[in-house]
Design a binder for this molecule. Structure first.
Ligand code: ATP
Ligand code: MG
Length: 369
């Protein structure tokens, strides 16, 4: 069943078009993340679903019921705000248990559930602290506890882990997903962190400038993004402008500054002589000391090496002046490469993504504004 459906949802703040005719369906028990650049409308979208803000036009359905005009208290959602909103005069345990208690939950049951929640979030020791006495992370955990304790089947989480240290964040994100799955909840989780989005979600929504760009499983969006902006925003990618010279089956021969590149363009609808953009993830650009391949291979120089821990990034410049980033996983047989080395870079045809040249220009299409 569809848990949440928004239809042609629009929100204007004066001249600012925060949401432009957004359509989205979230399945029951789905864990859905929303990511996109700052100001693209993520918070606006979940505030509209939660009833915190009213739309300019469009409709919102929860459990197939039209709730567009339903007040916030009747929507029954658990909400974690981006800017943490705890009751300052209540202690941590009281903040967490507040919702169910005012709805008439038995005191003893409430106390037990709050204790379980605090235990889960490792907040037991701070149960009797007031919000002012908490770190940013503990405040955020209290807010998550309160949303979970609301008993709602729909959780709306706006950057719920944003204030936490990386280590706790990584732990808690799996806890959060497990909770949602164990309790048969549906979660819509806004985040800036693409790794967080990909690792916990059934599907990810990519937004840009008030619109949904693409929705899909993390794997689909990372490996076969349909939109050029998805390739840019989710993970890293190298982009090359070119022109289609020849099409043979699903293979496109593309001229990039006088060099031929072959790309497997399954599902692409380009024609010969059309301008296009090629994109490739850094891990699919392979470096060799010898020219092992003729096709899709450029001679290049290494201009920078960045050691990131589990991966190493190499920035290269080709003879034709193209700057590319390549990425290797740190292994025992990592290539022995230094700045200034002359190498050959091969771009795997199977992983070269091909797109129509964007009508607004490549820079604008990739712009994060
Ligand atoms: N109450 C408001 N009054 C006026 N403009 C607003 C209001 N709330 C949001 N906006 C504007 O609407 C647009 C979308 O804002 P929103 O908060 O939804 O973005 P966001 O994607 O959540 O950004 P961030 O990642 O920084 O949290 C922005 O241009 C923002 O300035
Ligand atoms: Mg926001």
């Amino acid at each position: 069943m569809t848990k949440v459906r928004v239809v042609s949802l629009t929100k204007n703040y004066g001249d600012i078009k925060a949401l432009k005719q957004v359509n989205l369906e979230v399945e029951e028990r789905e864990y859905l993340s929303i990511i996109g650049p700052s100001g693209c409308g993520k918070t606006t979208l979940i505030k509209l679903i939660g009833g915190i803000v009213a739309p300019s036009s469009g409709e919102i359905y929860i459990d197939e019921q039209n709730v567009t005009d339903t007040p916030i208290e009747d929507r029954n959602t658990g909400y974690v705000f981006q800017e943490i909103a705890l009751f300052p005069h209540l202690k941590v345990n009281e903040n967490v248990g507040y919702g169910p208690l005012v709805k008439g939950e038995d005191r003893e049951v409430n106390r037990r559930q709050v204790r379980e929640m605090l235990d889960l979030l490792s907040l037991e020791d701070q149960a009797s602290f007031f919000p002012v006495e908490l770190s940013g992370g503990a405040k955020q955990k209290t807010a998550i506890g309160r949303a979970l304790a609301s008993g709602s089947k729909l959780l709306l989480l706006d950057e719920p882990l944003g204030m936490l240290d990386l280590k706790i964040r990584n732990e808690l994100r799996y806890e959060l997903r497990k909770l949602v799955k164990d309790l048969n909840l549906t979660a819509i989780h806004v985040t800036h962190d693409q790794e967080e989005a990909m690792s916990i979600s059934d599907r990810v929504v990519i937004m840009k400038a008030g619109e949904i760009v693409e929705v899909g499983t993390p794997r689909k969006l990372y490996i076969h993004p349909s939109k050029i902006f998805t390739a840019k925003f989710l993970g890293e990618a190298n982009f090359l402008e070119g022109k289609v010279e020849k099409i043979e089956g699903n293979y496109y021969q593309v001229n990039v500054s006088g060099n031929k590149l072959i790309a497997l363009g399954e599902g692409a609808v380009l024609k010969e002589n059309e301008k296009c953009v090629l994109a490739i993830r850094p891990e699919y650009v392979k470096l060799n000391k010898k020219k092992l391949n003729e096709i899709n291979t450029w001679s290049c120089y290494v201009i920078n090496v960045s050691f990131i821990g589990s991966t190493i990034l190499y920035n290269i410049i080709t003879d034709t002046g193209k700057k590319l980033t390549t990425k290797y996983i740190l292994t025992e047989n990592e290539p022995d490469i230094s700045v200034g080395d002359k190498l050959y870079a091969t771009l795997s045809s199977e992983h070269l993504l091909i797109y129509d040249y964007p009508h607004e220009g490549l820079d604008k299409a990739l712009d994060l504004e």
